[in-house]
Design a protein around this ligand. Structure first.
Ligand SMILES: [Ca+2]
Ligand SMILES: [Ca+2]
Ligand SMILES: [Ca+2]
Length: 201
């Protein structure tokens, strides 16, 4: 079958635009919920997320976050994931999530199915929102960042769900160089102190 040149051009343009859209995936993902389900303001890919019970979790309304496991939890084994963009440099996956009173809010973090981090519940029996960072490096492009619950379901998983997540971001990880500079500065000040001490003697 022969296509007119303008149809071929349109097809190439479509492929090009599609590839461009793939590169436009975000570096931050704000999870939100309503009675209809879990959603994001953009049209980005997300799967496996559910909605908590109406009410507040750790002082925040259920509309602010989504659940890795949602009612009915007993049958749940799947991960919950969002698609995020990585630069290839030293970065960190930053997740704001609830460390709840159940003490069963531990989870693994996977990128493209590969384990990159783990959060262990603090075993503090309060409803506390925490921001956890998981360093990564050498990951380039768009990949699924998945959370996998690693504890047993808690008794009230139905209806409240398990592992509430507010947002997942990919951010530059500048902490190691900064720490190196601070450590270097402390070492220099220390060496100077020894030098002055020795001169005084
Ligand atoms: Ca789920
Ligand atoms: Ca806890
Ligand atoms: Ca949110």
């Amino acid at each position: 079958m022969k296509y007119p040149i303008y149809i071929l051009a349109a097809m190439l343009l479509f492929v090009g635009v599609s590839a461009g859209e793939i590169l436009d995936h975000p570096t931050s993902f704000d999870l939100k919920a309503n009675s209809g389900g879990c959603y994001n303001d953009g049209s980005y890919w997300m799967t496996g997320w559910g909605v908590g019970a109406a009410g507040s979790y750790g002082g925040e309304p259920f509309e602010n976050f989504c659940m890795v496991w949602e009612s009915p939890c007993a049958a749940q084994t799947e991960s919950a994931a969002v698609d995020l963009q990585f630069s290839g440099g030293s970065e960190k996956i930053v997740i704001r999530h609830l460390d709840g009173a159940s003490n069963l809010d531990s989870f693994d973090v996977l990128v493209n199915g590969v384990l990159v981090g783990h959060y262990t519940d603090s075993l503090v029996s309060t409803e506390s929102w925490v921001v956890s960072e998981f360093p990564v490096s050498g990951i380039t492009g768009n990949w699924a960042v998945a959370l996998v619950a690693t504890d047993a379901a808690w008794p009230l998983c139905d209806p409240y769900g398990q592992i509430a997540v507010d947002y997942i971001n990919v951010e530059p990880d500048n902490e190691i160089p900064e720490f190196g500079l601070i450590a270097g500065g402390v070492a220099m000040i220390g060496a100077l102190g020894v030098f002055l001490f020795m001169r005084k003697r």
